[in-house]
Design a protein around this ligand. Structure first.
Ligand SMILES: Cc1ncc(COP(=O)(O)O)c(C=O)c1O
Length: 494
């Protein structure tokens, strides 16, 4: 049984026993949605069978090489340097731009925040309690970085209809402790580009580090420009942009585990690097969070960029953008639904402004019909909504999705209405004065929502609308505690 993800030349060398084990590995996927057919509208970026085979080969050919030590594995360092050169040029960086390959957007962001914190320690000795300034639409990975790195989050409201960052509001929130401010290109939730030039002007004027989170847009947007779309400057061509994160495992369609964090120059990057020889073992010198790391994602990313070339990416992006416009028009054509703001690339969110359809029911009904769209809670001025990240695989299924949508809406409307207002006072009791979760109440809640506490795929509730309403209605800090407890219970021995 030849899996698409397995290098065929090695399969012929496998014993019957090894082949049987591989079949067992494949079996684990039996509860997953079929993502290759474009019905999972998030999480996966499938480049098609040939490219997928290519990156699988490239990945496995570097599976065991260890990026920990560039002296022992110069091959892995060379791959990283070549990918860096390509990405820096794509983002209009000059020869001074440096950066590193990381495992994903989150790691890139953690690295950038660490670099900015260390830079501030050196250049702004008056900083007592480092602060990270974020529009509320910036990705949650910055919240995680703040927790991991002991930096205080300062969240700034965005425009209430466009969901773009407001430079005036950002400026008002700058303090002597600010070590970094962030703009998104674009934001994940609504797919809109922040006004990067205005933020960069502000950053320069006030002497603040500006990080542009281009995890989703960094690869896609410059090709949109090449395809004739009007895309505002957002990368190193804008003076005042200090660092950029860009994921290759999203819209460059590389294998997962591929992102880059880039800096305008080496001085800005220095604080990202960790080194110690102050223990009894080998010297640790790590530019990024990971220490031992496979060369697989780098080899796969290098291969994908070579394979597609500029023309290949422009063609893909034209197809994806045309499909996105049809999706947006098709969603807006439903009387119950409306797309939020005006998305700048191929990701968008939609809601039901008059609640004529319960969008959490709609997500469930679409899932039962084989389509995954992502529920997003109503938070910080953004209403509860459903998110779609269009991509090459999704582009091929637009007509099918739009044909399914009216029936899914009809089924969602036939579901009993959900009212959680009576349960919400319980939420207030879920958080104890010391900030932890009241575990007795949590057990009652589990019973109410039908979660058995088991770790198997079948133990998870199929209908999520009720749970989504409950969590959506709770203050985010209480919902966060519940998620932690839920995951703590979920990941137990099989
Ligand atoms: C704008 C943005 N930044 C950061 C991330 C985090 O990326 P990852 O999931 O690769 O860690 C994402 C993920 O979707 C994103 O959209």
């Amino acid at each position: 049984m030849a899996s698409e993800l397995t290098a065929p030349q090695t399969l012929t060398e496998l014993s019957p026993r090894a082949l049987e084990i591989l079949q067992g590995v494949e079996q684990f996927k039996s509860h997953d949605l079929d993502w290759k057919n474009g019905q999972v509208m998030g999480y996966v970026y499938y480049p098609g069978p040939e490219a997928q085979n290519l990156i699988a080969h490239a990945y496995t050919s570097f599976l065991t090489e260890n990026g920990l030590d560039p002296l022992t594995f110069p091959s892995v360092m060379q791959l990283e340097k070549e990918v860096l050169k390509r990405v820096a040029a794509h983002l209009q960086g000059d020869a001074d731009v440096v950066g590193n390959f990381t495992s994903g957007g989150t790691e890139s962001i953690i690295c950038a925040v660490k670099a900015a914190r260390e830079y501030a320690r050196l250049h702004k000795p008056d900083v007592t309690e480092p602060e990270l300034l974020l529009p509320v639409t910036a990705h949650a990975a910055f919240h995680k970085a703040a927790v991991y790195l002991g930096v205080k989050l300062v969240l700034v409201p965005v425009d209430e209809t466009s969901f773009r960052a407001l430079p005036d509001q950002m400026e008002a929130a700058i303090s002597p402790n600010t070590i970094m401010m962030v703009g998104s290109a674009p934001s994940y939730a609504h797919g809109v580009l922040d006004p990067i030039e205005a933020l960069a002007e502000l950053a320069q004027r006030r002497g603040v580090w500006l990080h542009v989170d281009a995890c989703v847009g960094g690869w896609h947007l410059p090709y949109m420009r090449k395809a004739g779309y009007n895309i505002a400057p957002f990368s190193f061509e804008v003076p005042g942009v200090s660092s950029i994160s860009v994921d290759l495992h999203k819209y460059a369609y590389a294998a997962k585990g591929a992102s880059m964090v880039l800096y305008r120059n080496k001085q800005l990057r220095r604080g990202q690097i960790f080194a110690t020889s102050d223990w009894t073992g080998y010297t640790i010198v790590n530019p990024t969070v990971q220490s031992s790391k496979t060369g697989g994602p780098m080899a796969a990313a290098w291969a994908m960029l070579e394979y597609m070339g500029d023309d290949g990416y422009v063609d893909v992006i034209r197809e994806v953008q045309a499909a996105t416009q049809r999706l947006i028009d098709g969603v807006n054509a439903q009387p119950e639904l409306q797309v939020l703001s005006q998305p700048d690339m191929c990701m968008f969110a939609f809601h039901s402004p008059d609640n004529s359809v319960d969008i959490f029911h709609l997500a469930d009904e679409l899932k039962f019909m084989g389509w995954y769209v992502q529920p997003q809670f109503g938070r910080r001025g953004s209403p509860a909504n459903l998110h779609i990240s269009a991509n090459l695989a999704v582009a091929k299924r637009v007509d099918d999705f739009l044909a399914t949508l009216p029936e899914a809406i009809r089924r969602a409307k036939a579901q009993p209405p959900i009212d959680v207002t009576n349960l919400l006072p319980l939420a207030a009791m879920l958080k104890l004065p010391n900030g932890s979760l009241n575990l007795d109440f949590f057990d009652q809640l589990k019973g109410a929502v039908g979660f058995s506490g088991g770790g198997g795929a079948n133990d998870l509730p199929q209908r999520m609308a009720f749970i989504n309403h409950l969590l959506n209605g709770m203050p985010a800090d209480v919902a966060n505690l519940i998620f932690v407890e839920f995951v703590n219970e979920l990941y137990v021995q099989a």
